[in-house]
Design a protein around this ligand. Sequence first.
Ligand code: G4P
Length: 529
Amino acid sequence: MNMNQEILRRRTFAIISHPDAGKTTITEKILYQGKVIREAGEVKGKKGTKSATSDWMTMEQERGVSITSSVMNFDFRKLRVNLLDTPGHKDFGEDTYRTLHAADSAAMLIDAAKGVEAQTRKLYEVCRLRKMPMFTFANKMDREGKDPLELIDDVEQTLGMACFPVTWPIGMGDRFRALYHRLDSKLFLYTKGVELPEVIDVKGPADPLIEEKVGTELFELFTENAQLLDEALVSFSEKEFLDGKISPMTFGSAKFNWGVDLFLDIFSKWAPSPGIRNTTDGPLDPLHPKFSGFVFKIQANMDPKHRDRVAFIRACSGKFERGMKVYHTRLGRDLRLAYANNFMAQDRQTVNEAYSGDIVGVNDTSNFQIGDSVTWGKDFKFESIPRFSPEIFMRLSIKDPLKRKKMQDAIGHLVEEGLIQFFYVPALGRQEFILGAVGELQFDVLMYRLRDEYGLDVKSETLPVQLARWVWTKDGGLHFDVPKSVDQIYFDNSDKPVVLLENEWDLNWLTKDNPELVFTPSAVYTDHT
Ligand code: G4P
């Protein structure tokens, strides 16, 4: 296969969901169908903790969580699929957001009984910023849940994204019988405990064969819905899908493996190959023959004995070869990517080549920061990964004043690495350490590393703050003065003005009192807020 064919068969995606919606379960079923694992149950440990990629840090073992987002890849039909794992539970953090920046599409998994939940909404915001194509899988159809039409309405109302149901469920809970494929006019009949569905070609939703298979009551309900769908729902447009405005939706049960095959089928037909990425030098074609990429994640101390770090690079053009020389645009010099590893489940496999769309893990001796670009020698940078509003804020202090400088350096280093966000009051300068994180685990890792790596004994105080909002004028310029209704303006690590707020209520006041300003939940200007 030549380079272009290799790139065009890449499909890099991530699953977004709220904890407990079934992400681990569906990942396991997808990997099973992709033949990465031989037996269901390999991904999920007995106590419900993920067993993949977990012995890198002592803390990971202590906590029984997987801190890193790993990458799994497999061949499906003619495609090479890269599935990026987005940490979800307690380990939810900025890594989760950044992983989405490395994906070309996302699958939103929702619990059919609960609809769109908080964490999904937050993650969806990142996808929306990137106008990312999005698939939707309504899970747990083996249980009683919301009416499918209500679910569609929920997605549309909550996220402002239209849904296009490719399949339609017939029955729900104990009465779930089948999925009807609306585009292929096929009926997929599922039975608990039977691995493969019975697939029947039908002449359309009114075909009496369906009634024969599912019974009169379910059939009548189904035909009623089918008619409603045809009348009420928008038609599918590929352009709108690629712009993230309409989402192909399907239903099923990850637990019983219902509809996962159909999801993969829809995914393999519609998911986009690596797209054009914006750079400071204009748009870059993924088929450009020379290798380039950006760092979206740094994993430190995988082996504490060696203090090694791994930089995860999303390849955006060309072909990567083990040991190749690249140009590091921030440092302005060439660098040899000496050891490349590919991360799949528990194994670090050595990769000899990778293509645009793939993720490459390279061993790093502190040359890389999150957002760094590597190119074939040309001086450009990829569009940056925005910082998103932290939700937990702490003020850190150190007892021993002699260690203040060391603390400043350590924090500076960890902030640059992207572990945590830093804010300061202009009048006090960078002397005071106000730190923010999206997830609690980020703070745990911070404290652990300050102690373990830097030998610093640090005191932390939680601040009564839950939101950060970056402050702009209507035309997208930064606004440095203190807005009305708050008494302080802060700066972030890049000296951009931010307000820190206690709750949504305060945000409402702030917005009302300052109609001439725009407050954004990420460090990039967007006009939809
Ligand atoms: P997460 O990674 O998104 O947090 O979810 P996970 O897959 O761990 O699933 C959370 C719970 O939901 C698990 O139950 C899992 O079995 C269940 N689940 C996942 N998909 C389905 C589904 O399609 N139908 C039903 N009925 N349940 C589903 P648990 O009780 O926490 O664990 P377990 O003992 O069942 O493994």
